[in-house]
Design a protein around this ligand. Structure first.
Ligand code: FAD
Ligand code: MLT
Ligand code: ZN
Length: 492
């Protein structure tokens, strides 16, 4: 990379703050080389599972700079990795070897917000929570919400087609994104930042980039529709005796709450134990007794009395018919946040507990807990589960409303032996029930080669053709999603 540093620096208006490198030639162009430690955060992922060794991070401040850098890299056959907030859970945003990291962190301006239509246009590097606070001032909210909202970028959300906690109510980014500005792998800019709700002129090209995980273009701008922010929220958590009870509960809750239901999340007893023991903040269990399963429901509406009446009628029904073992209802904003923490703190607690193998799976709701049980039984039989064993715990949680279960298996450390206990067993099991091996996190480095478990050969061939057409030199995020294609790195 060293020989390319002066050229890269020349493409940036302020190289001193837009180029981070450990390489000495930096000095010649007014850039002070940084210590390797300063690049660590760009080289490893949130779980500390994947590590690259990039010596060069470019942080462009405009779309034009992104385009110039990508064009140069394409000409020189330099591989690049787009990186947003680096909160991805499949190793997609970190280099495999020494690719140049293009961080979107400096591309973080809100371009416009139309308070009549609720249309927001923002740079890809804007943090999701910042955008949500911005539109909140005008009575709107972002159509997605996730535990990583304080760090993840809207561009990263679009690139991974993130789902999140309110998908049940507001749906997929495939529906909410109105337009994208994308720097293509040859440096051309696809200016598709439309704010139109309806536009049937030809192919809807933006859809290709939603969920493409940085393998066919670098998203620099996003136009997105934001829904009205509810003025009244209610949150309740229920304790339940079995997973079957959750399946009885779900249609009942939908029938009572209808359009005001905005989340229906579940977690099991092992998740609750994990949060109590490992979350960074103290999280109080609101129940006196432990329950095998918990469900969190949220309502968001515009008339508090109306929502409260619906909720009371639901609670009456649940009590009368013994559909839940216990329940707590938040009475103020602090309690709402406290109950949400029980669910939102699970990923963080798992991460702090050890080396976490994460499986993000879609399947019919009645199957969602079966695999958790199958895994526990399998490991117990082999003497692999418990304190001091290969795996300390197996937890199940997720988005019931979307048929999306997250299975986290906590190990002492990441080892080929531990992975061999989990894969391909889990993928085969999911494929057998016609599920998806990636519901919302993407394929990244973890599952690129596993795509065949969820997609047909013809689908994979078509994707490869598109990749080949848009990125013939394979410079965009090599070693991820673009399975079967040889990796072209700086050396080649
Ligand atoms: P990164 O991690 O930086 O990148 C992710 C992928 O997108 C990489 O392949 C990268 O190359 C690519 N990319 C990033 N920016 C761009 C861009 N501008 N152009 C092109 N490609 C780009 N996900 C869910 O779906 N639902 C959840 O509920 C959820 N909760 C989470 C909770 C926690 C605590 C954490 C840590 C993660 C969670 N995630 C969840 C994972 C989720 O994928 C990310 O949080 C988020 O969408 C990624 O955004 P990011 O900016 O961090 O992207
Ligand atoms: C969640 O639902 O909490 C996220 O997808 C993150 C995770 O799976 O750990
Ligand atoms: Zn999730």
């Amino acid at each position: 990379t060293a020989e390319h540093i002066p050229e890269l620096a020349a493409l940036l208006a302020t190289p001193a703050t837009s180029l981070l490198t450990t390489l000495a030639p930096a000095r010649e162009c007014g850039v002070t080389p940084v210590d390797a430690a300063e690049l660590v955060a760009y080289n490893h992922d949130w779980m500390n599972k994947y590590r690259g060794r990039s010596a060069c991070v470019v942080k462009p401040k405009s779309t034009a700079e992104v385009a110039a850098v990508v064009k140069y890299c394409a000409q020189q056959r330099i591989a690049v990795v787009p990186q947003g907030g680096n909160t991805g859970l499949v190793g997609g945003g970190v280099p495999v070897y020494d690719e140049v990291v293009i961080s979107l962190a400096n591309l973080n301006k809100i371009r416009s917000f139309d308070a009549i239509s609720g249309t927001l246009v923002a740079d890809a590097g804007c943090i999701l929570e910042v955008l949500d606070n911005h539109v909140a001032e005008k009575g709107y909210m972002m159509p997605l919400d996730l535990g990583a909202k304080g760090s993840c970028h809207i561009g990263g959300n679009v690139a991974t087609n993130a789902g999140g906690l309110r998908f049940l109510r507001y749906g997929s980014l495939h529906g909410n994104v109105l337009g994208l500005e994308v720097v293509l792998p040859d440096g051309r800019v696809l200016d598709g930042l439309s704010t139109l709700r309806k536009d049937n002129t030809g192919f809807d090209l933006k859809q290709l980039f939603i969920g493409s995980e940085g393998t066919i273009g670098l998203i620099t701008g996003v136009s997105i529709i934001t829904p009205r922010r509810p003025s009244a929220f209610n949150v309740a958590v229920f304790g339940l005796p079995s997973f079957e009870a959750i399946q009885t509960l779900f249609p009942r809750v939908k029938a009572h709450l209808g359009e005001v239901l905005s989340a229906f999340e579940f977690f099991d007893a092992a998740s609750m134990t994990l949060v109590q023991g490992h979350a960074s903040q103290q999280v109080r269990d609101p129940f006196e007794a432990k329950h095998p399963f918990y469900v969190l429901i949220e309502t968001g509406g515009s008339n508090k009395e109306h929502d409260d009446a619906k909720l009371s009628s639901l609670l009456e029904d649940l009590m009368e018919n013994s559909l839940i073992s216990d329940g707590v209802l938040a009475e103020n904003e602090t309690q709402i946040a406290g109950l949400w923490t029980l669910r939102e703190a699970i990923p963080e607690a798992a991460n702090r507990a050890g080396a976490v193998y994460k499986y993000d799976l879609s399947m019919p709701v009645d199957k969602m807990n079966e695999l958790v049980e199958v895994l526990r039984a399998r490991f117990e039989e082999k003497g692999l589960l418990g304190e001091g064993k290969m795996f300390s715990t197996v937890v199940g949680y997720g988005h019931i409303g979307d048929g999306n279960v997250h299975i986290n298996v906590v190990a002492d450390k990441f080892t080929p032996e531990a992975e061999a206990q989990l894969e391909p067993f889990i993928y085969e099991w999911v494929s057998e029930v016609s599920g998806s091996i990636s519901a919302e996190h993407g394929l990244g480095r973890m599952k690129g080669e596993k795509i065949g478990y969820s997609k047909s050969d013809v689908s994979v061939e078509l994707m490869q053709s598109i990749k080949k057409m848009l990125d013939p030199h394979r410079i965009m995020n090599p070693g991820k999603v673009s399975w079967r294609l040889p990796v072209c790195l700086l050396a080649c």
